[in-house]
Design a protein around this ligand. Structure first.
Ligand SMILES: NC(=O)c1ccc[n+]([C@@H]2O[C@H](COP(=O)([O-])OP(=O)(O)OC[C@H]3O[C@@H](n4cnc5c(N)ncnc54)[C@H](OP(=O)(O)O)[C@@H]3O)[C@@H](O)[C@H]2O)c1
Length: 351
């Protein structure tokens, strides 16, 4: 198996730590560089004590020269939005494969960045080249891809929850309403006053309740599946959990659609997918974050209310694995020609 030399930018954060945890046992990868300002010059385990013994590497202050000195074939960028744009663009232009976990390359047009993120994207030509790294939707484009935009965690859950309904044209997709329950690790490792876990423990509350940015990704990707316009309203709620996202996405069924059509749509759309489990029936009737934590598995399912002609699609994921590092490694595997599941076949934790 060819060994890839990999750099992780933003390695001291939560998604950077998950990348290091997964890549530590990936047989086709050697991590040659990892960045952090706070822990620069210190061993990886100073930032991630749970990884003591897995790496000899020291963390480096992020500069373009220091990354290039490591001679990576592939860079995973786990930096805040905007912070890594210049680095990733220049690394891509230097011929290196870039897997970006931020939102910097997820949207396809510069106009969408202006609308949703409020800035002029400095590399519009790269937006056209980037592949949205959701394997179930973009597997063929990911083969050989050199610029991969790893999807947002809430967007991943919303898209997976209703993709079969949209693709098979079983719903009225003029307005899809996604209710998302999000855990505290979504906010990253540097706490702000109201995202800090002590403020969230015992509390459930909406945030970014209108215009959440992940709605833009969900609309973009579901519209592609529908081959037409799709509108998504996405309202996240902060729940007192450390990991996990659950999307409950409400839709109105098209006329004449029955439960058997919906069941067939989910079964067919996800047939053969190594990291999707369609959950319906016994012993647990619907997806649950508890049953996927620590893994790259997405549980999806549905519920129908015939009286109202309504269907709800569900998806439960671990935001740091399927919603970030695991999905990024899955996309990397496809792009680099590894078996897709390489390094990712860990079952979820329980209890
Ligand atoms: N958390 C999630 O569930 C999740 C899911 C999907 C995608 N994402 C995306 O993944 C990215 C990282 O998220 P995270 O949750 O891992 O955040 P995080 O825990 O705050 O980590 C951010 C990392 O970036 C580094 N960093 C921050 N500002 C920097 C700067 N100006 N220059 C250089 N390095 C800088 C930090 O290290 P130092 O401060 O030590 O330099 C740290 O290593 C974000 O774009 C986020 O939206 C997160």
């Amino acid at each position: 198996m060819k060994s890839y030399r990999v750099a992780v930018l933003g390695a001291s954060g939560y998604t950077g730590g998950e990348l290091l945890r997964i890549l530590a046992v990936h047989p086709g990868v050697e991590v040659v560089y990892a960045s952090s300002r706070e822990y620069a010059g210190l061993p990886v385990y100073y930032a991630h004590p749970h990884l003591r013994g897995f790496y000899r590497l020291k963390l480096s202050r992020l500069t373009l020269d220091s990354v290039l000195r490591g001679e990576p074939d592939t860079v995973f960028a786990a930096l805040p939005h905007g912070v890594g744009l210049e680095f990733t663009a220049r690394l891509y232009e230097a011929g290196i494969r870039v897997v970006d976990l931020s939102a910097d390359y997820r949207l396809k047009t510069p106009e969408s960045y202006k609308q949703w993120y409020g800035f002029e994207h400095p590399y519009p030509d790269l937006l056209a080249k980037a592949v949205y790294g959701l394997p179930e939707l973009h597997r063929e484009e990911l083969r050989g891809a050199r610029l991969i935009a790893a999807p947002g965690c809430n967007a991943t859950a919303v898209i997976l929850s209703v993709a079969p309904l949209v693709a098979k044209r079983l719903i009225d997709d003029k307005l899809i309403i996604a209710d998302v329950k999000a855990s505290s690790s979504e906010a990253g490792s540097k706490p702000s006053r109201w995202s800090h876990h002590p403020e969230r423990e015992g509390d459930i509350r909406p945030y970014s309740a209108s215009g959440h940015r992940h709605a833009a990704e969900a609309e973009q990707e579901l519209a592609r599946l529908a081959r037409g316009e799709v509108r998504v309203s996405l309202v996240p709620h902060a729940v007192p959990a450390i990991r996990g996202v659950l999307a409950s996405t409400h839709t109105i069924l098209a006329g004449g659609v029955e439960e058997a059509d919906v069941a067939r749509a989910y079964a067919e759309f996800y047939r053969g997918e190594p990291f999707v489990r369609v959950v319906h029936g016994k012993p647990v009737p619907w997806p649950s974050t508890r049953n996927v934590l620590g893994s790259n598995i997405a549980e999806v399912g549905y519920a129908l209310e015939a009286r109202l002609g309504r269907a709800t699609g569900f998806a439960a994921i671990d935001n740091l694995v399927r919603g970030a590092a695991g999905q990024a490694v899955q996309a990397f595997n496809i792009s680099a020609g590894f078996p897709e599941t390489t390094g990712l076949l860990l079952p979820p934790l329980h209890p």
